[in-house]
Design a protein around this ligand. Structure first.
Ligand code: PGA
Length: 278
């Protein structure tokens, strides 16, 4: 069911609420530079909204189309694809929604990915499974790719509810998606207790949860969707601990917070993601 050969490794950096637009442009250019020798991988940088235009321009300046990868014959040709992602979005197309940003606005800036349902959004900003599902649907409808975050709290883990929680969170999203778009999805398994704590999950445990998520996709979208959906692990991923996660059969990449703010550390994680012939 895993059909791993078809899945291009993906390492995404969630910059959270860090970096001004000028700082972000510098980091993005450094990431492209370090990713020049990493063919066969996809790297995604997800800056704050206000930093997106400057990062998009920096990617173009470094030879990357933020949606489709290295420009042929340009300075980044032969290296990793470095794409642009946002950290959040609203599900409506436009309207009186003060402070919100729509999918079409993100698409116009060159975004290819949008993180939805990060645990910080769920815990600190009250996002429910239903809200996350609406966002994921809007992202797919707008032609972009949602990175759907799921993960259990420590209490849920201690109560033996990890699998039930992540299956519920992902199930809510799958319920509203067209089966045809499920294979395109990226799902990030991020145990809440592992985010920003320095305490990563055990790679074997994360892989077992990734298998549950893949089975959940199979249940809604069939074996082809399950074989092509990419599942990331996130939570205290660093260059030192990345390889054991990234070599697991059902883990196709990483969602990286803190370590994504350093170009060398971030691309070292991408290097551990293996990679295939471009
Ligand atoms: P961390 O964050 O790598 O700093 O633990 C991961 C995330 O929140 O996506």
């Amino acid at each position: 069911m895993t059909a791993a050969a078809a899945r291009i490794p993906l390492v995404a950096g969630n910059w959270k609420m860090h970096l001004t637009h000028t700082q972000g442009a510098v980091l993005a250019a450094a990431v492209v530079e370090s990713a020049r020798h990493l063919p066969g991988r996809e790297i995604v940088v997800c800056p704050p909204f206000t930093t997106l235009p400057a990062v998009a321009a920096a990617l173009v300046g470094a030879g990357q189309d933020p949606r489709s990868g290295p420009a042929p014959g340009g300075p980044a040709a032969g290296g990793a694809r470095v794409a642009l992602g946002a950290q959040n979005v609203h599900w409506e197309g436009e309207g009186a929604y003060t402070g919100e940003v729509s999918v079409s606005m993100l698409r116009a800036l060159g975004c290819r990915y949008v993180i939805v349902g990060h645990s910080e959004r769920r815990a600190l900003f009250g996002e429910s499974d239903r809200t996350v599902a609406r966002k994921a649907r809007a992202v797919c409808d707008g032609g972009l790719v949602p990175v759907v975050c799921v993960g259990e709290t420590l209490e849920e883990r201690d109560a033996g509810r990890t699998e039930a929680v992540v299956a519920r969170q992902l199930g809510a999203v799958l319920e509203v998606l067209e089966p045809g778009s499920m294979g395109e999805l990226v799902v990030a398994y991020e145990p809440v207790w592992a985010i920003g704590t320095g305490r990563a999950a055990e790679p074997a445990d994360a892989d077992a949860v990734a298998r549950v998520l893949r089975r959940t996709v199979a249940g809604s979208g069939g074996p082809d969707a399950a074989g092509s959906v990419r599942i990331l692990y996130g939570g205290s991923v660093k260059p030192e601990n990345a390889a054991p996660f990234l070599s697991r059969p059902d883990i196709d990449g990483a969602l990286v917070g803190g370590a994504s703010l350093d170009a060398a550390a971030f691309t070292a994680i991408a290097a551990a993601a293996g990679g295939q012939a471009p």
